[in-house]
Design a protein around this ligand. Sequence first.
Ligand code: BEZ
Length: 248
Amino acid sequence: MTWDADRYDRDQGFVSAYGRSLESFVPDDTDALLDLGCGTGTLTAELARRIPHVVGVDASTSMIDRARREHPGVEFHVADALDLPYDGDFDVVFSNAVFHWIHDHGTLLANVRRTLRPGGRLVCEFGARGNIARIDAAMGRAMRRRGLDIAVRFTFPGDDEFRRSLDSAGFRGIDVTSYDRPTPLGGGEAGLSSWLRQFYADDLAQVDEDERQAVIAEVEDGLRDDLWDASRGCWVADYRRLRAVAVR
Ligand code: BEZ
């Protein structure tokens, strides 16, 4: 997935807004925190106001470039979550809306654990099993009708599955919960189209622009009864979140 940092900030501002509730799981006496998958650095900068040493890392150079421009006083680096350059350096690894982009949770959690000091904690939230199930099913149907398929690009584990992954990686004090979090998309009527064009870009690239518009219109028609909120004039994505806290 190629990230467009400007578009991300404009259209997906709700991601950091929701991430704020995760900040309350960061202990007050935290001295050093790594924001893993920090994107354009909105939450990283907020955390840096109350935590002495905060570093944001992201795999996307365009996200890190923008984070550095927007928050010049905060430390940001490009880094791969599956190959983190840290060893016992942080009290907290914080991560919002990132782990569902990474398939290999075993290697990811081994990297997170190595990054933490003994007694340090992982505080994370991302897509749980069932996340965007209706949107994904509607997209799959529309593409299959054209003899095409969509890629499986997200990892949305169930609670027990993620608990087992944490346990296998050597974490203790594991607390995992998941919950529905219907999420209003910005952009009014065009909000779902914009979201699909961003997150299903590779699937939609299999067809030309006319057909792309037809696919999106079909997805919208199929989801309107369930996901269009006429009173607020917005699409509401069927997000489901998994929140986990675990100790090294
Ligand atoms: C999510 O945050 O759950 C998500 C975002 C983009 C695509 C799929 C899921």
